[in-house]
Design a binder for this molecule. Structure first.
Ligand SMILES: CC(C)(COP(=O)(O)OP(=O)(O)OC[C@H]1O[C@@H](n2cnc3c(N)ncnc32)[C@H](O)[C@@H]1OP(=O)(O)O)[C@@H](O)C(=O)NCCC(=O)NCCS
Length: 136
């Protein structure tokens, strides 16, 4: 098993992991994220197959962890924790310790997973979106 940076060629396999979870699996989005964040997006791979993945996005000030997924038959083996830790480490290497992520309320079950990784819910913020655009 190894952990390595994502590449464009990984997209079809990743889309197959993201789609059933209702996560963004647009190729254009993926390509732009990788172009801007080539060193902070990771996959865990075994035998040429992707088992886990996470995107790390750095905006110059904050780092964002997105699209964390583990293949259904590989969950509860520590792979999610491994790929998120690697993403955080690489975002820190960009020069930030302000790492953020958001969890949809319908997916509140995963809060425990992130809390075990050292995240806490920020009570002092509202999460807003531009209503003239696509909802979050
Ligand atoms: C959430 C997800 C990435 C977790 O991956 P995983 O590989 O199963 O998690 P790990 O095995 O690394 O778990 C690490 C710890 O978190 C705990 N944990 C993981 N998922 C949990 C859950 N849903 N509820 C409570 N605890 C959970 C584990 O028990 C483990 O605890 P331990 O360290 O005490 O043993 C995976 O379930 C997944 O892909 N879910 C669907 C996509 C998703 O919701 N992504 C998050 C979007 S915000």
């Amino acid at each position: 098993m190894k952990i390595r940076n994502m590449t464009l060629e990984d997209f079809p396999e990743l889309a197959a992991l993201w789609e059933p979870e209702g996560m963004d699996s647009s190729r254009d989005h993926y390509q732009r994220v990788l172009e801007r964040n080539p060193d902070t997006c990771w996959v865990v791979e075994e035998g040429g197959e992707i088992l886990a993945a996470a995107l790390g996005l750095f905006d110059g000030r904050r780092g964002f962890v997105q699209s964390v997924v583990v293949r259904k038959d590989c969950r509860n083996r520590g792979l999610g924790a491994q790929v998120v830790r690697k993403t955080i480490e690489s975002l820190r290497e960009c020069g930030t310790d302000r790492i953020r992520l958001f969890v949809r309320k319908r997916n509140s079950g995963v809060l425990k997973f992130y809390e075990k990784l050292g995240f806490a819910v920020e009570e002092g913020c509202h999460y807003l979106y531009d209503t003239s655009g696509t909802p979050v």
